[in-house]
Ligand binder design. Structure first.
Ligand code: FE
Length: 151
């Protein structure tokens, strides 16, 4: 639930799925070359408004779809104006034993017309960690993760 200090630009986002797990979701993310969005200090931003909370079952059946919801501002709503809004949410999966992070879905929002909440069916074959990233146009990129076990 710690906010990443990754530097991300939209042109480089497609490339994140090709990164190895080590590069994308460990401390190395802070040094990854994603682009040029400057991230202000976490204490000033309101973590509860920004963290992309994942709602997913903790146990699922291999290869069977289960629903995953990612929501920003679940407990404290985030502003949704042209000046200050959530631009996108991305969901990634990392299977146990794999070194590859897979981009499961990418969702872009238009301020005032769409809310930063998405639900999608996901399928995994092995125990996995799901990672969500979101981008606030003023406060940068935030992340969250949950583990999902396969029965
Ligand atoms: Fe914000």
């Amino acid at each position: 639930m710690k906010r990443r200090k990754a530097l991300i630009n939209t042109a480089g986002l497609a490339g994140i799925s090709a990164l190895t797990a080590k590069n994308a979701f460990t401390a190395d993310i802070e040094t990854a070359r994603f682009g040029n969005v400057i991230i202000p200090h976490e204490k000033e931003m309101g973590k509860e408004k920004h963290v992309p909370i994942i709602d997913a079952p903790s146990r699922v059946k291999a290869g069977e779809p289960f629903m995953v919801t990612v929501e920003v501002g679940k407990t404290v709503p985030h502003p949704n104006t042209v000046e200050h809004h959530i631009k996108w949410i991305q969901l990634y999966a990392l299977e146990e034993g794999s070194q590859y992070v897979v981009n499961v879905g990418t969702f872009e929002f238009f301020p005032t017309f769409s809310a930063p909440k998405v639900t999608l069916p996901v399928m995994i074959q092995k125990n996995s960690t799901l990672y969500a990233l979101e981008h606030c146009n003023l406060h940068g990129v935030w992340d969250y993760s949950v583990k999902v076990e396969v029965e």
